[in-house]
Structure formats: C-alpha cells, structure tokens
Design a protein around this ligand. Structure first.
Ligand code: ZN
Length: 51
C-alpha cells in the first residue's frame, strides 16, 4: 500500500479512499480509478497496470 499525498489541504472524498493508483502502459499516464475495467483518461487505453 502506498498512498502519497503531499497536498497541505486535503479534501478526501469517499471515492478517493477506494481509488487505486494505475499507470497506463501505453502512454505512461498515472491516474486513480475505481473498479476492474479501468481506462486510461489520457489515451482511453485499457492496457493499464496497478501502481
Ligand atoms: Zn494511456
């Protein structure tokens, strides 16, 4: 488990707590998402890995 949050003011939403960090294998985009069918928000690719 690796949760990195360096922002001084944190507004944590419930969905944020459950979100998992992913990295896109196609474009390298890092993002957080929920669920098992995860799409890259940048290139819409599904070739993503859990961070
Ligand atoms: Zn991508």
């Amino acid at each position: 488990m690796c949760f990195v949050d360096t922002s001084p003011s944190v507004d944590i939403e419930a969905s944020d707590l459950d979100a998992v960090g992913y990295v896109c294998a196609d474009c390298g985009e890092k993002f957080r998402a929920l669920g098992r069918r995860v799409k890259c928000p940048s290139c819409q690719g599904t070739n993503v890995k859990r961070e």
